[in-house]
Design a binder for this molecule. Structure first.
Ligand SMILES: Nc1ncnc2c1ncn2[C@@H]1O[C@H](COP(=O)(O)OP(=O)(O)OP(=O)(O)O)[C@@H](O)[C@H]1O
Ligand SMILES: [Mg+2]
Length: 336
């Protein structure tokens, strides 16, 4: 089962450039989370900080009692083996076949026999739908296949925490839909804690249990998906709608005058309630996701602390899938 990742008060700068400050969140064990944010807000830097490849100046990242920021390098190295990492650029070795690329972590980090390696690699290749392509070089296959090869490689060491940096970039809409399903199926199979950085709004709407967003050197929000999907924060609504109007500009933040001008004309974009698309279910034949029950209990326990719109959306979600007899939901209108 997946492992909880607790981030406390993380602050990161490169020289004088502050990337983000005081970031705190918990990735619940075995749940799927998505991180959004405009380009350059430090999402990749955040992923690298979780595995201890970058060292924030302040704060902690706790995994099984090991602090990936401040613990001895030996402990960090050991804990890093719990992770499977799918890089933004695929990061395959161009001169190696897909098979050898995917086998690489096993050959590097384990002493498994070649027959055992073959079994594991072929299993992962099948999982991501690349059977038959194992002898091809990365340059001979499409971008989408390279992405899936990167995912297969992230999975060979049976990771308990899976980090995916923009798994969808460069994929067509249909491939992206398959990828979304693949991520959910993967979670059902291995119950790993997953964090996906993406700009893709369909993935954001259908895959995660939890969502967060970076903007202006802060973690704007992180919590159950319903919170972000019903949020009125201008930066969140702008991002989710893919609009130019709002605080996010092309190169950096917009200046105040432009924002004021937009606000004056904002009647054309009323911030009405948005429909929440149901989360994807695992494909037929797969076990249910183990995190679903844990998540429901966790979220219902925190219901009182959530904004009213999110609360209503969560009640709606769980009322729709009302199969669970143990479900106890606060009556509508309780709380603030
Ligand atoms: N090793 C580094 N040294 C110095 N600055 C860095 C380093 N890595 C990243 N940065 C800076 O940190 C900022 C955030 O970069 P990051 O790659 O995390 O953004 P991102 O949110 O992943 O963007 P995108 O969505 O485009 O991938 C950028 O300004 C980048 O130049
Ligand atoms: Mg990035």
């Amino acid at each position: 089962m997946g492992i909880e990742v607790v981030v406390e008060g993380l602050t990161m700068s490169f020289g004088k450039q502050n990337i983000w400050q005081d970031v705190s969140l918990t990735l619940p064990a075995g749940e799927v989370s998505v991180m959004l944010g405009p380009s350059g807000t430090g999402k990749t830097v955040f992923l690298k900080s979780l595995i201890g490849l970058l060292k924030p100046q302040q704060g902690r990242v706790l995994i099984n009692g090991v602090d990936m920021v401040n613990s001895p390098e030996r402990d960090i190295y050991e804990t890093r083996k719990l992770f499977g990492l799918m890089f933004q650029d695929g990061a395959l070795f161009g001169s190696m076949t897909l098979f050898d690329n995917i086998a690489f972590p096993l050959r590097e980090h384990t002493r498994k026999r070649e027959s055992e390696i073959r079994r594991i690699v072929m299993e992962r290749i099948e999982l991501v739908g690349l059977l038959g392509a194992e002898d091809k070089l990365p340059g001979e296959i499409s971008g989408g296949m390279r992405k899936r090869a990167g995912l297969a490689r992230a999975l060979v060491l049976d990771p308990q925490i899976v980090l995916c940096d923009e798994p969808d970039s460069g994929l067509d809409p249909v491939r992206t839909a398959y990828l979304s399903q693949l991520l959910i199926d993967l979670n059902a199979r291995i119950d790993a804690t997953m964090l996906i950085v993406t700009h893709n709004l369909d993935i954001a709407a259908t895959v995660p249990d939890n969502m967060g967003m970076f903007f202006r050197r802060r973690l704007v929000t992180f919590g159950p998906r319903e919170v972000l999907l019903t949020s009125d924060e201008p930066v969140v609504t702008q991002f989710l709608a893919g609009r130019r109007e709002g605080p996010i500009g092309m190169s950096e933040e917009k200046d105040a005058a432009l924002l004021a001008a937009e606000a004056a004309g904002s009647a054309s974009h009323p911030a009405g309630p948005r429909d929440i698309v149901p989360q994807l279910e695992p494909s037929p034949g797969l076990p249910p996701r183990a995190a679903v029950t844990r998540r429901r209990e966790r979220v219902l326990r925190m219901l009182d602390q959530l904004p009213p719109a999110a609360r209503a959306a969560i009640r709606d979600t769980y009322a729709r899938g009302a199969a669970a007899p143990t479900l106890t939901m606060p009556a509508p209108g309780s709380g603030s």
